[in-house]
Design a protein around this ligand. Sequence first.
Ligand SMILES: Cc1cc2nc3c(=O)[nH]c(=O)nc-3n(C[C@H](O)[C@H](O)[C@H](O)COP(=O)(O)OP(=O)(O)OC[C@H]3O[C@@H](n4cnc5c(N)ncnc54)[C@H](O)[C@@H]3O)c2cc1C
Length: 501
Amino acid sequence: MTQFDIEYDVVVIGSGGSGKSAAYTVASESNLSVAIFEKLPEFGGTSKFAEGQGAAESIEQKERKVPFDLTGEGLPEGAHFPTREEMIQAYLDTSHYRASSEVVNAFVDNSGETIEILRNLGVEYEYVSCYAVGQENELYCFHQPKGGGDAVQAVLQKACEKADVDMFASTPAKELIVEDGKIVGVKVNDADGNELMVGAKAVILATGGFAQSPEKLNKYTNMPWIGDTFQPPIPGLQCTGDGLDLALSVGADVSSTVPLQSGASTPGKMFGAGTTNAGLQPALWVNSKGKRYVNEEVALALMNMGTVYCQLRDGISWTVFDEDYLVFLETEGSALAMGEFLQVNKPIRNARPEIEENFAQGDPTVAKADTIAELAAQMGVNADALQKTVDEYNAAADSGVDPRFHKPAKYIHAIRKAPFYALKMCPVVVCTCGGINVNRDMQVVGYDEEPVCTGNLFAVGNDASGLYGDAYTIDVPGSTNGFAHTSGRIAARKAIEIIKG
Ligand SMILES: Cc1cc2nc3c(=O)[nH]c(=O)nc-3n(C[C@H](O)[C@H](O)[C@H](O)COP(=O)(O)OP(=O)(O)OC[C@H]3O[C@@H](n4cnc5c(N)ncnc54)[C@H](O)[C@@H]3O)c2cc1C
């Protein structure tokens, strides 16, 4: 029999939205003891940065009756809050039925309750709407909390503390302890690096996926280059797939592909930066060979845009435009919406100052020149190739027909008035969505789809697969954050049931 230093009924690994939701559920809905072990010195994980949660038939939607009009220009005809059935169907359709019906149903059926619980704990919702206004098919299920994810995590943190959840920071989980095929605990390293044996009747893996592990990104996403080309959205995060490693050590099945929640930005900068705001626009995008590679209108479908960037083997794209287009962005505004960062038809005012400042500082991600040849030299692309691309693009602007990629004429602006600009862009991996296969109770399953370790090991949030196919979709905005909180609760309830018999 293993000797333990400390024992709990339920041990949760990771303190983001999924982990805290799981621990709070155990503490508030049973008399079982529960602890969270967190690798970083701070609690909250990537959940602190998430903007909002997706849910169907929530109390907020029922009370508000109609979605909030984000642009103030009137909602499109037929805009409505989705039913659970509509939301379930959206996941199945956009995943080409590769999503797990069990996981999708479990999430959507319980998603509304998540909003109610968070609201009762003190989260205030500012509005419920969609996220990328103008993106076709997007559901009005995005619940925007006041203060964003940071505020939500602060509320949950307080709730956990009040409910007597023990929380240990700087204490990474290292190994699952198994006896007779059953999980009986976890080895963790305490803040001083000492190994601690923690006994547990159930363990919930909530380690946030593996967006900060280049090796795992290359291995599990079907894009074996992405680990070398991406940049993280926030420095300092540590979601390195520890949950996946732990689950694999006891026979878990790995999803055949793990979609990425991804986007693009200027290298070294975050969403909302002026150069990123301009670089995301559907102007002319060229690869490192100076060639166009996609209908840039994909910028309007945010996550598809991220997928496109992720496909670039060297991760390099340049957004090219001229002085007239920069004025257009300053006066007519953005073509795409991106939550709090960009709104359709709202002027982008921070682009020019940042471009000028960065260029003056010799930043290699910003090119500005009076000729296309000089611009190409700064970009490090073949001048003839870029000139040919610009000539073809200008011809498309003049004729209104884009014979190669069929971008609508309204997004094709000729590149004729110097100075010419090029902004370097790269893929951003926001988070990974899944890896460990689970059933509808979030129990980790093996290849035979049966729970491993007699069912007392769970995976939740970004660690758990099932909601998506091979691509994350933002047709259902706030999915991963809504899922994190909801899946944590689902796992906790099953753990309580198992432990109580
Ligand atoms: C900048 C940004 C913006 C986002 N915006 C949105 C959004 O608007 N909507 C949306 O739906 N999603 C968004 N997301 C995605 C977000 O990751 C998910 O929504 C969700 O919050 C993930 O929750 P989680 O609990 O699975 O992971 P996390 O919140 O990341 O928590 C995992 C925790 O586990 C810890 N951990 C890792 N390994 C160990 C270990 N060995 N031992 C102990 N602890 C460990 C990590 O340090 C981390 O604290 C965003 C992500 C980022 C980075």
